[in-house]
Design a protein around this ligand. Structure first.
Ligand SMILES: Nc1nc2c(ncn2[C@@H]2O[C@H](COP(=O)(O)OP(=O)(O)OP(=O)(O)O)[C@@H](O)[C@H]2O)c(=O)[nH]1
Length: 443
């Protein structure tokens, strides 16, 4: 027949339920005893020791493996020989004085676990002591630790275990209780025929078994262990992040460097382009043979002179200079020498003109000088200087070179066309008059 058994679900470390299973010292002993006695057993779970006692009285449980003898219990239970003994002691807050035993308890309130043998024992032998019922040993000890009650009586090993386990640092033992736990199996009377077998099984328990049972009462040390796996994981993630950030920083530095180099190259290119543009702009307004300005450059300057004349009545002279018999020169000495003649005349004009004058090759063998802020006399003397200097400069050429010059002063109502037409007319007259001459246009 299967025996149903109940235990105290909250009597750590002696006896308790862990995930619905019987655990603790009594579990270790009872498993061995049941095996030695060849008992078939089945746990019936209860909510408290009081519920276990009730279940035993109501025949819902056949036995309980770890309890003390009491006359009250003997009414429905038969007891085995004890197989575990422990003194009972009095616990108090560490500020309480030592006492000899329960007999010296006077005004103190003492905690007792409901339905424990101590409850009836105190009622019987110390009726004057004020009892405070608690649900479990742990609750009683906590109340002492927090000074909610003055004393607590309990089994030495079990309470010692709980004090360490739950770090109840304010508690100390201040005296011995009269009672001693003598823990054994309690079996309902109707199964008393099994008791001899059970007692025999208890006697089979070895010293080694008892040593092991005591080892179960060692408080479990809560060792704060570093979670190295987590530390490694965090470390690895951290290192990875640092590495990624480092790589990112390294790449951004490289990119920055490459960008800076590209920018420098672009800047150099930009400067070269600007230089080229300036050169191109200069080329666009420069005659490539004589390096004087060309006609398009002069157009702007002529317009400026006309505007200044209109606004300030400032004087301006236009000198038009044409190489005499240039065709013959080309024909006789070739175009290369003809080019040299043009360069000589251009240099002569450049050398004679003021820095403020604008000189240009107007086309072919014809040159133009615009002389701002220059009256007719000054223009005339410039024209003479050119003619004279050309005679000197052309000495290095195969044949003397002369030029004819027409001068026109800018009139108040002149346009570019009329002004140039006047100078051209004067030049024509100089040619007509036999060349190597200067003629002035009359307004
Ligand atoms: N070598 C050279 N000859 C040029 C250049 N530009 C124009 N000519 C030549 O200059 C000559 C000008 O001849 P013409 O207009 O008859 O003038 P010219 O022979 O000087 O006669 P006059 O003006 O009356 O003295 C032409 O034969 C053109 O081919 C040039 O850049 N270089």
């Amino acid at each position: 027949k299967t025996l149903n058994y109940c235990v105290d679900p909250n009597w750590t470390p002696y006896e308790y339920l862990e995930q619905g299973q019987h655990a603790g010292l009594s579990a270790f002993y009872f498993e061995k005893i049941a095996k030695f006695a060849n008992l078939e057993i089945k746990l019936v779970q209860t909510e408290s020791w009081q519920a276990t006692i009730e279940a035993l009285t109501k025949d819902e449980c056949d036995l309980t493996p770890f309890l003390n003898y009491s006359d009250a219990r003997a009414e429905y239970l038969i007891f085995s020989v004890p197989y575990f003994q422990a003194p009972n002691v009095i616990f108090a807050h560490y500020q309480q004085k030592l006492i000899g035993g329960l007999a010296q308890v006077t005004n103190e309130r003492i905690g007792v676990v409901k339905s424990y043998r101590l409850e009836s024992y105190l009622n019987r032998y110390y009726p004057n002591i004020e009892q405070v019922p608690v649900a479990s040993e742990l609750e009683g000890l906590r109340k002492v630790n927090n000074k909610e009650i003055d004393l607590f009586v309990s089994s030495y090993y079990g309470a010692n275990f709980l004090i360490h386990q739950h770090n109840l640092a304010n508690i100390r033992i201040i005296g011995l209780a009269d009672l001693k736990d003598q823990l054994r199996i309690g079996l309902r009377h109707e199964h008393s025929d099994l008791m001899p077998k059970i007692n025999q099984a208890i006697l089979k328990l070895s010293e080694e078994d008892h040593r092991h049972a005591f080892s179960l009462l060692e408080p479990v040390k809560v060792i704060s262990q570093t979670n190295y796996t987590l530390a490694w994981q965090i470390g690895a993630i951290g290192a990875l992040l640092v590495m990624m950030m480092g790589l990112r920083y390294y790449y951004s530095l490289q990119q920055k460097h490459a960008l800076a180099q590209k920018n420098q190259a672009l800047e150099r290119l930009h400067q070269a382009l600007e230089k080229k543009n300036t050169q191109l702009e200069a080329l666009a307004v420069t005659d490539h043979l004589t390096k004087l300005h060309n006609r398009s450059y002069l157009s702007d300057k002529i317009a400026e002179c006309i505007n200044r004349k209109k606004r300030y009545q400032s004087e301006c002279c236009l000198i038009m200079c044409d190489v005499d018999n240039f065709k013959a020169f080309n024909d006789n000495f070739g175009h290369q020498v003809g080019d040299e003649v043009l360069v000589v005349l251009a240099n002569t004009i450049r050398g004679c003109a003021r820095e403020t004058d604008f000189t240009a090759r107007w086309g072919g063998e014809e040159f133009v000088i615009i002389c701002p802020e220059t009256n007719l006399n000054d223009g005339l003397s410039l024209a003479n200087r050119i003619r004279q200097q050309l005679t000197i400069e052309s000495a290095k050429l195969p044949c003397p070179v002369t030029c004819s010059i027409g001068i026109a002063q800018l009139g108040s109502f002149d346009t570019q066309e009329s002004w140039f037409a006047s100078a051209d007319q004067a030049l024509y007259l100089a040619k007509e008059a036999g060349k190597d001459k200067i003629e002035v246009a009359i307004n």
